[in-house]
Design a protein around this ligand. Sequence first.
Ligand SMILES: [Zn+2]
Length: 286
Amino acid sequence: MGLCAIPECYRSRRTMYDVAAAQRGRAFFIFWGTKAVRRRLGYLADYCPLCGELRCFKLKRVGMAGHIYGIALGEGQLVGHVMTCEACDVDLNGQPERYREIAPKKLPLPELAARTNPEWQRVHTARLAVEKQISSAFGKLSAQVRQALLEEPFALLAPKVEARFSVSQFDGPTALALVGMFVVGFVATAISEKLPESVGGYVALAGWIAGLGLVAWQLLEIKHRYFRDKIFPTLVPALRRLKPSAAEIEAVLKTMKSRGEKIGSKLDPKRLLEALQAPAQIAAAR
Ligand SMILES: [Zn+2]
């Protein structure tokens, strides 16, 4: 995996959530099989690498359980734990053994930290020093650290993107577009029957082509909509404190792609740059 320049390297924080297993579960969804079952264990406080601050996390146990018609039989065999930042929604590798206790209820952050993770500042000393340099006008990060910091949010969000694009990309608006295609097609066909034969055929054909175009356009839009709604609200604030250039974003995406991460090939750098330049909209969306 190579050397990681960031103290408390993100590779160990990346969620262990087994995408392949979850996908296998969905493939057999209709009758029986296995599916990922997440069970909430409680709350804990820890440093969030994407927020750059102490945050409240929700901890969940992930198990692969057998199911019949989608109803899980128990909590299943343990796959790992996932902890989700309450502020930025990133999923991290949950390691319950790292915490003094897991709070059953949400508490004010200082109280939660005192109970679950009183040593957090000592544990993350090196990373907090890097964080100070990012926010300082005189802070100087080495090229290697900057590179690692730029890669970090992409690498931490990659499992989410992987899970999303490993299953069917069908969503509500696409279903509507499909209905739209048939409506446009049938209306055009109905009209064409009232027209002279020489023109009628063309009208029907044009109707069906327009309908197909509608579906194709929706399929393309799904991808952009997913990134805009689910990934950018987390990714954009994390990147904004580093003020990356267009070239840096392109380079990180290329690196992700070379590692076989879907986030590298699915994410449109132009749209990400647009989102980075529009602070108010993203803030309002959250
Ligand atoms: Zn966070």
